[in-house]
Design a protein around this ligand. Structure first.
Ligand SMILES: Cc1cc2nc3c(=O)[nH]c(=O)nc-3n(C[C@H](O)[C@H](O)[C@H](O)COP(=O)(O)O)c2cc1C
Length: 354
C-alpha cells in the first residue's frame, strides 16, 4: 500500500491496541548512531557491508519533512540496509504518527524519536533534547506513533533516543521519571546518550564532548528496569569498550568512532556475532554494484566516497587512500576506477593488513 494511502488511517487510529513490539535482541547489540549529514543511504549501505548484523539508523528527519518534503530523497533506503531505523524529529503527536506510518510504509524496521539533539534550530522547534523536560508530551507522541505503526501487518517498534537530562539537571529521579512515563506509553527500547545536553552556550559538537559521560546512569537504568531494552551511546571508541558495555546493557551504539574508523565496525561485528575478519579491500569492492547503480542515477561519486575515507584509518597507506579519493572524486566523470586507484595506493596486500 502506498504510504500516502495510509495517512488517514494513522490519524484516526485508536489508542494502542496491541502489545508494543521490540527490536530483535540480536541486532540491537551493535548499532550505528543516527548522524545528520553522515548516515545517509550510501553510508548505511557501506556500513552494512562491514557489519552484516548491526542495526543502522538514518539521519534525523523532521516529521513535517517526511509528510511534506521530498520523500524519495529523505527516506531513500536500499534493501541491503535492514535492519534499519528511521529517526524522526518532532513533538506534535499527530504529525509524528503520520510520519511514522509513512516511514514504516517505506520499509524502515523501527521508528526512533529524537529526544537528544540540542541545536538551536531544534530547540526553537520544541523538539530534540528539550523534550527531556516534557515527558508527558513524549509519551503522547510515542503512544500516537505506536497506534500508527504498532498494529501494522508488519508491526514496527517505536523507540526513543535520549540524554540523561538537560543543562545542570542531574536528578536521577527525573531521568527515571522520563523513562517510566515514556515506557508506560509503550516504548520498550531507550538509546541513552549517557550525558546531559546543555541547551545554552554549547554548540551541538561541544554537546557531544563537554558534558561528562555517566555510563553508570544507563547501567542503573538497565538494572532497575530489566524489562526495557537499554542501549548505551556516547564516547565508545574501541572494541573493548563496546564489548564491556554489553555486560551492563542490551547494546552499544557507536557514532563518530564507527564513521571515522569503519573497520572497527567490522571487527566488532565479527567479535560479537562470529565469522572471520575480511580484508578492507575485499569489503570495499563489495560496494561496487551500489556505487555503479548510484552513478547511473546521477549521484556524484564524492557523495559516496566521503563515507569510506576512514577505511584505512591508522593503516599504512591510509593517507594516500584518502588523498586519491578526496582529490579525484570531485572531477567530472569520476567512477569506480578511482576507488581502485585509491586501493592501489595503499600498501600491497599482506593478508588482513590490506
Ligand atoms: C555529525 C553528527 C550528526 C549527528 N546527528 C544526530 C541525529 O541526527 N540524531 C541523533 O539522535 N543524534 C545525532 N548525533 C549524535 C549521535 O547520534 C551520538 O549520540 C553522539 O555522536 C554520541 O555518540 P558517539 O560518541 O559514539 O559519537 C550526531 C552526531 C554527529 C557526530
Amino acid at each position: 500500500m502506498p504510504a500516502s494511502a495510509t495517512i488517514a488511517s494513522a490519524m484516526t487510529a485508536p489508542a494502542q491496541t496491541s502489545p508494543p513490539t521490540t527490536p530483535d535482541a540480536t541486532s540491537i547489540r551493535l548499532s550505528v548512531a543516527p548522524m545528520m549529514d553522515w548516515t545517509d543511504t550510501d553510508c548505511r549501505v557501506f556500513h552494512r557491508l562491514l557489519a552484516p548484523h548491526a542495526r543502522l539508523y538514518s539521519e534525523m528527519v523532521h516529521a513535517n519533512a517526511v509528510i511534506h518534503g521530498d520523500r524519495a530523497k529523505l527516506l531513500a533506503m536500499d534493501p541491503s540496509e535492514h535492519p534499519v531505523a528511521l529517526q524522526l524529529g518532532g513533538s506534535e503527536p499527530a504529525l509524528l504518527a503520520q510520519a511514522a506510518r509513512i516511514g514504516a510504509g517505506y520499509g524502515f524496521d523501527e521508528i526512533n524519536l529524537n529526544c537528544g539533539c540540542p541545536s538551536d534550530r531544534v530547540q526553537a522547534g520544541r523538539f530534540g533534547a528539550c523534550l527531556m523536560r516534557e515527558p508527558a508530551l513524549v509519551a503522547e507522541g510515542v503512544a500516537a506513533m505506536i497506534a500508527a505503526v504498532g498494529t501494522l501487518e508488519r508491526p514496527v517498534p517505536v523507540t526513543v533516543k535520549c540524554r540523561l537530562g538537560v543543562d545542570d539537571d542531574h536528578d536521577w529521579d527525573r531521568f527515571r521519571g522520563f523513562v517510566d512515563t515514556v515506557a508506560d506509553a509503550g516504548c520498550r527500547m531507550f538509546v541513552v546518550h549517557a550525558r546531559n545536553a546543555w541547551l545554552k552556550g554549547l554548540s551541538p559538537k561541544e554537546n557531544r564532548e563537554v558534558p561528562p559521560l555517566r555510563y553508570d546512569w544507563a547501567w542503573r537504568l538497565k538494572r532497575e528496569r530489566p524489562d526495557l531494552q537499554v542501549i548505551i551511546n556516547g564516547g565508545i571508541a574501541s572494541l573493548e569498550e563496546a564489548v564491556a558495555h554489553l555486560d551492563h546493557a542490551d547494546g552499544a551504539m557507536l557514532g563518530r568512532a564507527a564513521y571515522h574508523d569503519p573497520y572497527l565496525l567490522h571487527r566488532l561485528d565479527v567479535a560479537l556475532f562470529g565469522g572471520a575478519l575480511r580484508p578492507r579491500q575485499a569489503l570495499l569492492r563489495e560496494l561496487r554494484p551500489h556505487v555503479e547503480a548510484q552513478l547511473a542515477r546521477g549521484v556524484p561519486l564524492r557523495h559516496i566516497t566521503r563515507h569510506v575515507l576512514g577505511l584505512y584509518h591508522a593503516q599504512p597507506g591510509g593517507r594516500a587512500f584518502r588523498q586519491v579519493l578526496s582529490e579525484g572524486a570531485h572531477r567530472p566523470g569520476a567512477d569506480w576506477s578511482l576507488i581502485e586507484r585509491a586501493l592501489a595506493a595503499t600498501r600491497p596486500s599482506a593478508g588482513l593488513a590490506a
